[in-house]
Design a protein around this ligand. Structure first.
Ligand code: HSE
Length: 430
């Protein structure tokens, strides 16, 4: 029986989940893999307020140094999230010859390149399966399961909280605030849920996926990010009547040496498999060459989902040993990639205006769109209850984002338009 000593830093929702998971599966892991994980030290800044029953013989501490100084610990699990001191913890652990398992998407998105290089230099492993998709094994799918392919497109529903909120708003007509509170109560949301709902959590995860798929770390600041706070029940309902569903999508596409990476609410056809991914489920729709399309989905947030990702890293580490070079740690910069800015992206749009109810209104709006070369696929005036204005919903043809923005600015200046135009991008996905 091999014994692997572990130091755990961060005993929040996920940290507590990892301890619970290891305890529950102890016999199974021992019998099947002939390995025993011993959590030697647990560090948490508010460990004194935590329920520490069931933590066995583990030393409990508030000092990070107590974990890093434990010479017997082969693996450090970093689960405090954020950039600092997480970066210093991971760096120190690797320099001291320890392997690291982390679920920290912010850290890998910002410093992955540097940390992978350090891990390689130190001949140690840096595992991060739970950083994207929690329990859904997307990191291993891209870097191992589908290795040998090149990736053309990734469409991901990669924030469980946002998917849960949009699902609740759509199916149960819950308000945004109520749905968010529910997600927080269930432990899906980040401690600061702003990162979930403003799209940044998805952006960090997309930066990691783009690196794994395209061999290039797209800077977080180069990823166009729009969250879900402005999505209204009206737009959800109008979209439904057009057989479309709103999802917060993380999109990465590669056209030879150009990469597009963006996160925004997106209208997708209801018949597409991604449209049926609901609640806290995450999903990844990958297009690879020569394989084709792959859809992977499952619980993308929550205590046991994230703990499952962390434990799978521990077991991989135990079975491969120290010398195996992880494919996901082998950073090799693809030198000629250029990032396509959001203004230069061509896509279709759902646009909605609240306009005065009189003849000639549509003509005025379409004439502005025409001036910017924006063609229309459909125009509808959905049933409504507002007395002050009527909704006009249009689906455009493929258009340059920059032109659409300029046109909407002009349309908003028209006296017949009574509220700021709404625009939601559409993706065909196939
Ligand atoms: N807050 C994240 C989410 C947790 O809602 O998806 C998993 O990374």
């Amino acid at each position: 029986m091999r014994k692997i000593n572990i130091g755990l830093i961060g005993h929040g929702v996920v940290g507590a989940g990892v301890v619970k998971f290891l305890q529950k599966r102890q016999n199974y892991i021992r019998d099947k893999y002939r390995v025993e994980f011993v959590v030697r030290t647990i560090c948490d800044r508010s460990i004194h307020r935590k329920d520490t029953r069931g933590l066995g013989a583990a030393k409990l501490t508030k000092k990070i140094g107590d974990v890093l100084d434990d010479r017997s610990a082969e693996v450090i699990i970093e689960l405090i999230g954020g950039l600092h001191p997480a970066k210093e913890i991971v760096t120190t652990a690797l320099r001291r010859g320890k392997h690291v398992v982390t679920a920290n998407k912010v850290l890998i998105a910002h410093y992955g390149k540097e940390l992978f290089q350090l891990a390689k230099k130190q001949n140690r492993q840096l595992y991060f399966e739970a950083s994207v998709g929690a329990g859904v094994p997307i990191i291993k799918t891209i870097t191992e399961g589908m290795v040998g392919n090149t990736y053309n497109r990734i469409y991901g529903i990669i924030n469980g909280t946002c998917n849960f909120i949009l699902t609740e708003m759509t199916k149960n007509k819950l308000s945004f605030t109520k749905a968010l509170k529910l997600a927080q109560g269930k432990g899906f949301a980040e401690s600061n849920p702003t990162l979930d709902i403003n799209g940044m959590d998805s952006t960090h995860k997309l930066a990691i996926l783009a690196y794994l798929a395209f061999g290039k770390f797209v800077k977080v600041s180069d990823i166009y990010t729009e969250g879900i706070t402005h999505i209204s029940h009206d737009d959800i309902a109008y979209a439904e009547s057009l057989n479309l569903t709103i999802k917060l999508l993380a999109i990465a596409k590669r056209y030879e040496n150009i990469v597009e990476a963006r996160v925004h609410p997106t209208l997708i056809p209801k018949v597409h498999p991604l449209a049926s991914i609901s609640g806290i489920y995450n999903a990844f729709y990958l297009n690879a060459n020569p394989l084709g399309d792959v859809l992977l989905s499952g619980e993308g947030a929550g205590q046991m989902a994230a703990a499952s990702g962390v434990v799978s890293d521990l077991l991989n580490l135990a079975s491969r040993g120290a010398d195996a070079n992880l494919l996901c740690n082998l950073y090799s910069e693809a030198p000629n990639f250029r990032i396509r800015k959001i203004d230069q992206i061509k896509t279709r749009f759902y646009i909605r205006f609240m306009a005065t109810d009189k003849p000639g209104v549509l003509g005025k709006i379409t004439s502005v769109l025409g001036r910017y070369g924006i063609g229309l696929n459909s125009v509808t005036q959905p049933a409504h209850t507002a007395a002050w204005a009527v909704p006009v919903v249009m689906l455009t043809d493929y258009t340059l984002e920059k032109n659409l923005r300029l046109a909407l600015k002009k349309i908003w200046e028209l006296p017949i338009v009574k509220s700021k135009p709404v625009a939601i991008r559409m993706e065909k996905l196939w």
